[in-house]
Design a protein around this ligand. Structure first.
Ligand SMILES: C[S@@+](CC[C@H](N)C(=O)[O-])C[C@H]1O[C@@H](n2cnc3c(N)ncnc32)[C@H](O)[C@@H]1O
Length: 243
């Protein structure tokens, strides 16, 4: 029985059929088993958790992390700025922890995600995460995307690697007309080299580069204000289309 225990301060724990041990105390498996969805259970130290059915995002937040993954706020832009459709074929590189690839695969149930990396250890983490999330429409393989992209008629190519401009020629050959390149880079020199190369390439249309700043607010009685600690800078997203 799949269940997730969430607290008001957004801690979450998965129930795997055994007692749950947390730094807030432990919860006996019998307490979880007899509780209905939506009801609350307490650790012996008094911390309260609500029992709910896990959704994709609950599982996604528990994936194994190797290389730095893209924060949720930026993942939304890959979807909203391209109008991602359920049957799209997507190429992603580098796989890293497989986080972006898995997030996108969940949104294209009639499509496919091909994710590539040059490092075996990163591909192993990606494979583990694909298995953990139970995704069937994604493959992860070893490939240097600067050398080739073995696909045609791809709708979107996502690049999260050190020198994205080196992949541009291969992207053009693999993309369908109107297809998107979405390049994610943490630093402006990388963005600049990528955008300059795109602008010099006739078959590509440069759309824009975005940095999204998220400001979360806290609500504690009359203490209603932006949280003191926020996610600062994460990365820049550059959008390009094949024409
Ligand atoms: C920051 S990580 C990507 C994280 C990933 N977007 C995620 O959500 O988990 C960058 C990855 O690019 C890979 N990489 C670097 N150069 C590459 C290349 N030429 N082809 C494919 N992957 C490459 C690295 O090995 C590394 O795993």
């Amino acid at each position: 029985m799949e269940r997730v225990l969430v607290s008001e301060d957004r801690k979450r724990f998965f129930f795997k059929g055994a007692d749950i041990h947390t730094k807030f105390g432990f919860i006996k498996k019998e307490d979880v088993l007899k509780a209905k969805l939506g009801s609350k259970v307490k650790t012996q130290l008094g911390k309260e958790f609500t029992i709910i059915s896990p959704s994709f995002i609950d599982k996604y937040m528990r994936i194994k992390r190797g290389p730095q993954i893209i924060p949720l706020k930026d993942l939304g832009l890959f979807v909203s700025e391209t109008g991602l459709e359920p049957n799209w074929k997507i190429v992603d590189a580098g796989s890293g922890s497989g986080a972006l690839a898995c997030f996108l695969a969940n949104l294209v149930p009639k499509g496919k995600v091909y994710t590539y990396d040059i490092r075996d250890d990163h591909l192993a983490i990606t494979q583990e995460n694909i298995k953990f999330l139970g995704l069937k429409n994604i493959t992860a393989k070893k490939l240097d995307i600067y050398q080739s992209i073995p696909h045609k008629n791809i709708n979107m190519i996502t690049l999260d690697l050190p020198e994205p401009w080196l992949a541009i020629e291969n992207c053009i050959k693999a993309l369908t007309s109107g297809g998107f390149i979405v390049s994610y880079s943490p630093c402006i020199p990388q963005v600049s080299d990528f955008v300059e190369k795109v602008k010099k390439t006739k078959s590509l249309m440069y759309l824009k580069t975005i940095e999204l700043i998220e400001r979360e607010w806290e609500f504690e009685e009359r203490r209603i204000r932006p949280k003191t600690q926020q996610i600062g800078h994460s990365g820049f997203l550059s959008l390009v289309r094949k024409i």
